[in-house]
Design a protein. Structure first.
Length: 343
């Protein structure tokens, strides 16, 4: 544990670990805030627009809606809006900075074409646009951190919006309180200052390509883990879902090529029974250099998603510092933005 602290002190220069320790508090704060939106459920559907860490929550909402919503929730990670969009679809636009180029174009199109937008950001152009719109609102989240470390604020606010509007079934206050308590215990257990769980997995992943395989219901969490490995750990990673990967990627995994890969398997109580059978077989047959199984914990789908999202964040941070990398460094992204601003 002392070694973990020394590595974090040496390489985690912008305190990504500190922001990660606040994750459960951020979620709790988002759940407790007064959103100030009246219940409204006559929409044809919801489209969540956003990019990178700000856009991840939309993929989670889509997965949750597939299980429990009475209307579809889609996500869009591109410029503008899809051709099928119309004003009868609610737009939830999330951009931590409020200035994400792709997201702003979608908001501008929605407002121009008579749509309603709920914006979530720490300010920026998104807040300016929505303050001038009669049929849209802006919800402010705390500023001052990297978007990917603000997932608790962003996703927690998105969930609160859909619960408040009656577009997703809201849990009782007691259920939320108990969930936060369990997540807080898990956070302490996986904190590298308290134990070796995150570093042990990071050591297994170090030096190899990383493949993440998840049941479809946890595909959004696997994708976020892959992106966090890209950004925090400066590591190539990819994800795939069961059952779809059983029709393609399963082949190299069970042949010689798989031996150079580290495999991370997500498991959840919410995976379909036949999907469980498929993953059980795959775990035995996969030819991987390492096979790490991460079991989702929690009494609801939301809790299991939050649990896996949080513990894998710790893994990505420890993989970074174990390789001498600052988990907050991301020179290529601002460099690209500067280039785009000049053309």
């Amino acid at each position: 544990m002392n070694e973990n602290k020394e590595l974090l002190k040496k390489y985690d220069r912008s305190d990504m670990a500190g922001w990660t320790r606040k994750f459960v508090d951020d979620v709790e704060s988002a759940f407790q805030r007064d959103i100030g939106i009246i219940e409204e459920n006559d929409w044809h559907g919801v489209i969540c627009i956003g990019m990178g860490g700000s856009g991840a929550g939309g993929t989670y909402l889509a997965a949750i809606s597939d299980r429990s919503a009475g209307l579809p929730v889609h996500f869009w990670r591109n410029y503008g809006l899809p051709s099928w969009w119309g004003p009868e679809w609610l737009v939830i636009a999330t951009s931590y900075s409020g200035n994400t180029e792709e997201t702003i174009t979608g908001v501008e199109q929605a407002l121009r074409e008579g749509g309603s937008v709920i914006g979530i950001s720490s300010g920026g152009r998104l807040e300016e646009l929505l303050d001038d719109s009669e049929h849209s609102i802006h919800i402010t989240v705390p500023s001052g951190q990297m978007p990917r470390s603000a997932f608790g604020h962003l996703f927690g606010t998105q969930l609160s919006v859909l619960w408040c509007m009656g577009l997703l079934p809201a849990p009782a206050d007691k259920e939320l309180s108990e969930m936060i308590s369990r997540l807080r215990d898990a956070s302490a257990e996986w904190d590298p200052a308290n134990g070796s769980k995150a570093m042990d997995i990071a050591n297994l992943l170090s030096g190899s390509e990383i493949g993440i395989v998840a049941p479809s219901v946890m595909g959004c969490v696997a994708n976020r883990f892959s992106c966090q490995l890209n950004e925090n750990s400066n590591a190539f990673a990819r994800c795939s879902e069961v059952p779809e990967m059983n029709h393609n990627e399963i082949i190299p995994w069970t042949e010689e090529a798989g031996g150079t890969q580290s495999l991370v398997l997500f498991r959840s109580d919410y995976e379909e029974a036949r999907t469980s059978d498929r993953i059980d077989w795959f775990e035995k047959e996969a030819n991987a250099s390492n096979c790490i199984v991460l079991n989702a914990k929690g009494k609801s789908l939301v809790e299991q998603m939050l649990y896996l999202s949080h513990i894998t964040d710790w893994v990505t941070i420890m993989l970074a510092v174990s390789r001498g990398i600052d988990p907050s460094e991301m020179a290529a992204i601002p460099a690209l933005k500067e280039h785009l601003s000049e053309i």
